[in-house]
Write a protein that binds this ligand. Sequence first.
Ligand code: UDX
Length: 468
Amino acid sequence: MDNNPSKAISQHARTRRVILFPFPFQGHISPMIQLANILRSKGFTISILHTQFNSPDPSRYPQFTFHLIPDGLPEDQASKGDLAGLIDRLNTNCVGPTRECLGKLLSTHDDVACMVTDAMMYSSQSVAEDLGIPRIVLRTSSVCSFLAFASVPVLLEKGYFSDILDSRREDPVLELPPLRVKDIPGIQTRNLIDVELKIIRSMVEGTKTASGLIFNTFQDLEEPNLANLKEHFRIPTFLIGPFHKFFSAASSSLLTQDRSSISWLDTQKPSSVIYVSFGSAAKMDEKDVREVAWGLAHSMQPFLWVVRPGSVQGSAWLESFPNEFLEVVSKRGCIVKWAPQQEVLSHPAVGGFWTHSGWNSVLESICEGVPMICSSLFADQPVNSRYVSDVWQLGIKLEYGLKREEIESAIRKIMLDRQGQEIRERALHLKEKIDVSLKTDGFSSQSLNALSDLISSFKSSGVSVGSE
Ligand code: UDX
């Protein structure tokens, strides 16, 4: 058996083309580029469609061909903060240009097997159907959170979204244990606006009519939800993650990774540092920043904190940070604009990860056996964090937002207490299971082989190549 996942990939010669279309956000672009590399290593030729908004840099991937899909978005779209509106507009605006681009590709290439598009690029389903190309969906997050999204219309009918009283937020969701009312996707804004409901419905319905469904996750983690998944989505499903164990995400970073974070970690004691990052999309106000800062300062642990420029409302970078806190940073902390996260998590000095519970971050932490403290803001994050704490028991969830006392106590528990040690042992055990899953006869590798076989079985441009 081969321990190296990328070497372990079987090398059947295949010359079929797969057209990929990521949803243009960091947490979605990285896994799609990783999947592109994985499929290429199985012998497929890769074409990537991309929007102008958050465009990847084609010169970094000479192994793929890129095609621009004009998205019709204004230049300042990203700063408007209306995520639901942005998703809706991207889907609407991209339909025509995607159809045109695919039409051209089909008329010039006779090797196109299928499209693989992000679940959030749901409008590509009708384009694929019109042009007679199979569409496989990539869901970049967990199975557990996808099932929560799929349940939203039913939960809406049952009245979960109406009259959300503070007293009910901690109640269990009987239909989706162990979720609580406050964990339901979309409920964080208190009322589900029409456009959010439209997005969720379109994502779920678009997936149900697709030809297959890929997840960047692995079986040992999601076992309790797989029967439910099969019941709701009666299409071939492939759990082939964690993708970054095949190919690192570093090359698909939209921001420059500051390597001074690694030299700073080199000066710290083993397992002493708490790494803090809230991903590529989250924003904080000044009050939140103060709670995070003083929670970190009072924990007395060394910390590495990623503060993205523009992520603190009203500040270009650190202007709104209390001066006394910046003195603490100079003695015991390091703040960077963007870090090489996978390298940070595998660094011996890192003993804990305080994350916003974005799925890539959760997976990367699990793969390095690092215990987590979980915050969560929107979308899949509350479900991911609930599973990390209550089901997988790989971390502690901050239940009440950002409060300095709760932060300080969670950091101490993770870094210094018996609870942290137990979490670390569980995390290391799971890390071993991932290694097994990626071996030639492991679940993820076998699932990847099944995916390759499905793609190879699709007819191309009216020419049947048959299945293997
Ligand atoms: C978004 C959503 O927030 C998330 O809930 C969803 O699951 C995916 O889309 P994002 O907020 O960017 O993603 O979080 P996450 O999924 O964790 O992805 C962040 C990626 O950026 C990770 O691959 C991480 O390694 C990388 N990163 C983060 C860096 O390379 N450097 C950093 O400093 C911080």
